[in-house]
Design a protein around this ligand. Structure first.
Ligand code: TYD
Ligand code: MG
Length: 458
């Protein structure tokens, strides 16, 4: 016996309630509740026993799938962050703001994928003619790609049955709909339903699916936080639309390490690999100006040098501004607190602006020391020696703490021609291979006060 029950479900957060309300009590959004009929079966366990789920032994599955080779995408930076390429049956979400270059990247990887890979490029957003024009512009017309324009999952699956692709690209998830659902295209209900169907398809047919997803201004994937749980890999595509640098960060990866970063440049001929990212990051560096310093940061397995900049402008406002770009506001707050309490540098009458030049977001605490030194330099308006680097975490007591990967950071600093580097006093140089000769003066400091002294500006 089946029992049908009417429930009201919030399209925004998925909260369920038995009574209709104008406002969702869970996420406070208005008019987001819609009626759904749920079927409950009192003998659910008994019914399912008639048809068991398919099962296998681990060793058998390991034999079958263990040495599965990834499909190489042909752009080495992309293959590197995906731990070798796309695995069969995997689902990847590429999230980024409109206009950042998602369609361009997807077309490029579709064209450069390993030989004998059947690629189906489904564009729901653009007509076939628009994609073709982009392909002409990128000189990719010889690529072996099946181009499809469709906006419903039913059309997509019907087409995929005929083409049986190894890789299916969906551009974008927000513009594809499940026609059996009443919700509008792009709504959370639709996006989640379409993604679930695509994941099921990918696993059943062993097709690698990549879907583009738009992110909102605040940087979250539009609506579907839920999508991140459904897919195997989440890549965020960021950068400043007015600059050529584009940064791809692996936020989640079920088949390898997360946190890997690829750096590409958007040129007139599409996205190109960048041979020396540190050099590009420091190309327009502001030299002999207060508040600026280069910092070695680890992005995944790789070290990059970036320029950190700070301004501390006098203000008479009761609530001085704290604005950051590429650094967490909470981290800036902690560093300002330490500078006030431990060093006696008070910023309560200063507007503070901090930025990582080049559009990179740095979350690691290794930035603390350079951030503190930039702020002190901005405070006294005295420039820091441009051949000097700093790297270390600053504790609440004003002590400088160790950070990981110091060997990689020092090697990169020396390679880029820096001469001096301030590091935590406990830094060990044992992990640097004997064959590498570091032409660097290494200044070990136990406290922030001593690090500031090493700047010779106070
Ligand atoms: P697009 O891939 O359409 O972005 P998305 O799919 O994320 O919305 O890229 C759009 C931008 O990229 C557009 O501003 C033009 C620029 N672009 C180039 O600079 N060079 C190129 O070769 C191409 C194809 C696009
Ligand atoms: Mg697009």
């Amino acid at each position: 016996m089946k029992l049908a029950k009417l429930l009201y479900k919030c399209e925004n957060c998925g909260h369920e309630t038995s009574k209709w309300q104008g406002k969702c009590l869970e996420c406070d959004s208005w008019n987001s509740l819609s009626a759904v009929e749920t079927i409950t079966s009192p003998d659910a366990y008994g019914v399912n026993l008639l048809k068991p789920a398919s099962y296998t032994h681990l060793s058998q599955a390991a034999d079958e799938y263990g040495d599965q080779k990834a499909i190489r995408m042909g752009i080495s930076e992309i293959d590197r962050i995906l731990s070798g390429g796309l695995l069969k049956g995997s689902v990847t979400l590429l999230g980024g703001e409109p206009g950042i270059g998602k369609s361009t990247l997807l077309l490029q990887i579709a064209a450069s994928a390993e030989k004998n890979t059947k690629v189906m490029y489904l564009s729901a957003e653009e007509a076939v003619s628009q994609v073709a024009m982009r392909a002409v512009r990128l000189n990719l017309t010889a690529a072996d790609i099946t181009l499809v324009h469709a906006t419903t999952v039913t059309e997509i699956f019907a087409c995929a049955r005929e083409v049986s692709p190894d890789i299916m690209i969906i551009d974008s998830i927000q513009t594809v709909a499940d026609p059996t659902l009443p919700a509008a295209t792009g709504s959370v209900t639709q996006v989640r339903a379409v993604a679930e169907l695509l994941v099921k398809f990918a696993k059943e047919k062993q097709t690698a699916v990549i879907m583009a997803g738009h992110v909102t201004k605040d940087g979250t994937l539009a609506g579907p936080k839920v999508l991140e749980h459904l897919v195997d890999t989440v890549i965020s595509f960021e950068g400043d639309r007015h600059h050529e640098l584009r940064i791809l960060t692996v936020l989640k990866h079920r088949f390898g390490p997360a946190g890997e970063v690829a750096i590409l440049a958007m040129t007139g001929e599409g996205l190109k690999e960048v041979a020396d990212p540190s050099q590009i990051m420091l190309a327009d560096r502001c030299i002999d100006t207060s508040g600026s310093m280069a910092v070695p940061v680890l992005e995944g397995q790789r070290c990059l040098l970036v320029e950190l900049q700070a301004l501390a402008v006098k203000t008479s406002m009761a609530n001085p501004k704290r604005q950051v770009q590429g650094v967490a506001t909470s981290r800036l707050g902690i560093v300002l607190g330490i500078l006030e309490q431990r060093i006696g540098c008070t910023f309560s009458n200063r507007d503070v602006f901090v930025s990582v030049a080049g559009g990179l977001k740095v979350a690691e605490p290794a930035l603390d020391l350079a951030l503190s030194l930039c702020l002190v330099s901005a405070f006294y308006d005295i420039a820091i020696d441009n051949q000097l680097l700093a790297c270390g975490e600053v504790g609440l007591g004003g002590e400088i703490r160790q950070v990981t990967g110091m060997d990689k950071r020092l090697i990169e600093a020396a390679r880029m021609g820096f001469k001096r580097v301030i590091v935590p006093s406990t830094t060990s140089l044992d992990s640097i291979p004997a064959s590498v000769s570091l032409d660097l003066e290494i200044i070990k400091v136990p406290t922030l006060r001593q690090a500031i002294k090493a700047l010779s500006i106070k």
